[in-house]
Design a protein around this ligand. Structure first.
Ligand SMILES: [Zn+2]
Length: 259
């Protein structure tokens, strides 16, 4: 039986790895429990109020990131911070206002930050020692493409940027949340790359033990914006869930880019 598991695992490991880490940090937060705050900013240009933004974030983390069986990541949405205003801030100046070990979500109507209507949002993560913080900003410029999206697609955009905020880069394959664009798809669930990436950064060790895979060690290699680096805990369970997700995803959408 163990030989069968090992053989199947090796077959999985022989697959090309398509998920990446956030290029600036190449790591996750120190804790698997990360707080998310909403900044006191005007998101009306993105098509929703600040209160609706909070609801979208809660739905996004519940639908995509907080229920991955092979990951221990838990994103806790703590609410609107009336004392934190990032209106007009760049990503770097907004980062300075983010509480340690948390993610701050806001909006910006700056034409400098969002020179193209096709850019729906962006996120920046920064770590120093054991302390990490990240900010995600949605495009609330007058020509933002966000208002024309369904609430489900808005959730997917937010979940994508949260993925960057806790340490993931892009996947090169279309049917993953962390693909750079939502063009031509309806992202309803995580894909295999998303599940593998979040399970690598925030592993659920008991799941690996249950499957008898923890003793086998790391699998394959992952790419860091084209460069190869070590790592990548892969599990049979995440593989099967990923395949199921890919089989279920379909439908067409207009071209919208995520950064
Ligand atoms: Zn992106």
């Amino acid at each position: 039986m163990k030989k069968t598991i090992l053989l199947f695992y090796l077959l999985i490991c022989s697959q090309a790895q398509a998920w990446t880490l956030e290029p600036n940090t190449a790591r996750g937060f120190e804790s698997n429990e990360i707080d998310i705050y909403i900044a006191n900013t005007d998101c009306s240009g993105a098509g929703f109020s600040t209160n609706q933004y909070e609801s979208l974030i809660k739905s996004a983390v519940k639908r995509f990131w907080n229920n991955v069986p092979t990951s221990s990541l838990y994103l806790s949405v703590k609410g609107i911070r009336s004392d934190i205003d990032i209106s007009g801030d760049t990503h770097s100046s907004a980062l300075a206002k983010v509480p340690n070990n948390s993610i701050l979500a806001g909006c910006n109507d700056s034409a400098t930050d969002f020179s193209s209507a096709g850019i729906l949002g962006s996120a920046v993560m920064n770590c120093s020692g054991d302390t990490c913080k990240a900010v995600l900003i949605l495009n609330a410029h007058a020509n933002s493409g966000l208002p024309s999206l369904s609430s489900g697609d808005q959730e997917a955009v937010i979940a994508h940027e949260i993925g960057h905020a806790f340490g993931l880069g892009h996947s090169e394959y279309k049917y993953n949340l962390m693909y750079y664009s939502i063009s031509g798809k309806f992202q309803k669930w995580l894909g295999m790359d998303d599940i593998d990436g979040v399970s690598y950064l925030y592993p659920h060790e008991s799941e690996l033990d249950l499957l008898g895979l923890s003793a086998i060690g790391n699998c394959g290699s992952i790419s860091l914006d084209g460069d190869q680096s070590n790592g990548g805990n892969k599990s049979l369970f995440s593989f099967l869930i990923g395949v199921l997700s890919v089989l279920l995803l379909s439908k067409t959408r207009n071209i919208k880019n995520l950064f």
